[in-house]
Design a protein around this ligand. Structure first.
Ligand SMILES: [Zn+2]
Length: 376
């Protein structure tokens, strides 16, 4: 009888659109274009002697005449699981539009918009300036009832995240760029050995495999309420002008996301209880061809860094992003068409709070409102 009653109550709450998940995993891929996510490898770039090495291998692994099939070959987990069982937006060919609101179209403003739900025009560079705005994880920790600790953690390839997440104020656990400070298991020790033995492609972004492996170890052992994983290779290989590496990074990261999802479904604390939300911090150019490498503020006064001012007027389309989600609170409708305007990144934080049963207005009413299109 009690079982029946609880089943009845469950159905009642479900019908009312209530909250099923109490965990969130947010994943970002830095600067992965919607073009590759939805149409796969780009034919012109694939055949570019300037940008692509190993064209034969790329052709074998990722080419198909049909854009949809190319996209499935490049990112099979996103297409085969997330898009089929969840919801997504950003394929501009179909009138499905997502964009950042910050008009700067580079990383710090993009991540701040995603994580805080706010658009702060005073953020004008990627410098390690502690974020004045509280992100949704910090707000959840602050808001937790005294007897219940709220546990959030972040693993990021880029070394600016301790500033974006203002760790000195927020106290969030953030492992960014560098090695683990505390080794808690034999497998972590092994991963750490590889970290020190592997060449480092960049001085401020690490290979995503370490972000990924550290995050999975932590997820299993510490079981945080919210986990943020930020992969970075796609952006940096693009800036380096290496389209082959950009493509391989996209394909690898798709597999990583699949591993995250498989881990969540294996663990009792997360199975059927977790929202997985995946997005990017900015787009990149498309025309002229070489602009695929770059992104640049729409208005020069928005930025302090010369390296970001390659295009005085910005690059067409670089504000375009994409979003995808899967989980018990997420609509299973698949593609979201946006006839009334683009969905914006400043609404992601409130959407994630909603899946946790929290009205964003109780934490910060200035956040963008939840993306109802994603919710059941
Ligand atoms: Zn970039």
């Amino acid at each position: 009888m009690i079982l029946r009653l609880s089943l009845f109550l469950f159905m009642l709450f479900s019908a009312a659109g209530s909250i099923a998940a109490d965990k969130v995993v947010l994943v970002t891929l830095d600067g992965l274009r919607w073009q590759e996510l939805f149409t796969g490898i780009d034919e012109t770039l694939l055949n570019s002697l300037e940008f692509t090495k190993s064209a034969e291998t790329l052709n074998r692994d990722f080419w198909d005449d049909a854009p949809e099939k190319r996209a499935q070959k490049l990112m099979p987990f996103m297409h085969g699981t997330v898009f089929k069982q969840g919801a997504f937006v950003g394929d501009l060919r179909h009138g499905s539009c997502a964009e950042v609101s910050n008009r700067k179209n580079f990383s710090y403003p993009g991540y701040s918009e995603i994580l805080t739900g706010l658009v702060d025009h005073s953020i004008t560079s990627n410098d390690k300036v502690p974020n004045a705005n509280k992100n949704f994880m910090e707000l959840l920790v602050d808001n937790a009832e005294k007897d219940k600790r709220f546990h959030a953690a972040a693993f990021t390839s880029w070394d600016v995240f301790p500033a974006i997440l203002n760790v000195d104020r927020s106290g969030l656990y953030v492992n960014a760029f560098g090695p683990l400070e505390v080794i808690a298991s034999d497998s972590e020790r092994r991963i750490q050995e590889f970290y020190f033995d592997t060449p480092r492609p960049w001085t401020n972004v690490r290979n995503d495999v370490f972000t990924h492996r550290y995050a999975l170890e932590y997820l299993e052992r510490e079981q945080p309420d919210v986990l943020f994983i930020s992969y970075g290779e796609t952006d940096d290989f693009a800036h380096d002008g290496k389209y082959h590496e950009y493509i391989w990074a996209a394909n690898r990261t798709d597999r990583f996301i699949g591993e995250v999802w498989a881990t969540l479904q294996r663990l009792d604390a997360y199975r059927d209880n977790t929202t997985l939300f995946i997005t990017t911090d900015h787009g990149r150019g498309q025309l002229p061809l070489e602009s695929w490498q770059h992104h640049s503020p729409t208005a020069p006064e928005h930025v302090e860094q010369d390296s970001l001012l390659r295009y005085a007027q910005g690059i067409a389309g670089e504000e375009a992003v994409w979003m995808a989600a899967i989980g018990p609170d997420i609509n299973t409708r698949g593609e979201i068409i946006t006839p009334n305007g683009c969905l914006t990144s400043n609404r992601i934080a409130a959407t994630l709070l909603h899946t946790l049963g929290i009205d964003f207005r109780t934490l910060n009413p200035n956040m963008g409102a939840p993306l109802r299109e994603f919710l059941r």
